[in-house]
Design a protein around this ligand. Structure first.
Ligand code: SF4
Length: 69
């Protein structure tokens, strides 16, 4: 299982992550991306890879090892 962090200082709300991985991300009322509950790991990774600002960080929830970037 993955742990996903969104760097709110970097996110500019371009929505690439939402378009590519709508099961994992949405844009919140603050115009910043946020992770959806029960987001599938694979979709979270797809969304992270779509972010032009590399604002989405993905870790292995068990080991803490960084998966992306
Ligand atoms: S693709 Fe990146 S910058 Fe765009 S909304 Fe998603 S996290 Fe934010």
């Amino acid at each position: 299982m993955y742990r996903v962090e969104i760097d709110k200082r970097l996110c500019s709300g371009t929505s690439n992550c939402v378009e590519d991985a709508p099961l994992a991300f949405e844009i919140g009322p603050d115009s910043i991306a946020r992770l959806l509950p029960n987001a599938p790991d694979e979709d979270a990774l797809i969304g992270a890879r779509s972010c032009p600002l590399v604002a989405i960080l993905v870790y292995d929830a068990t080991t803490g090892q960084r998966i992306y970037p």
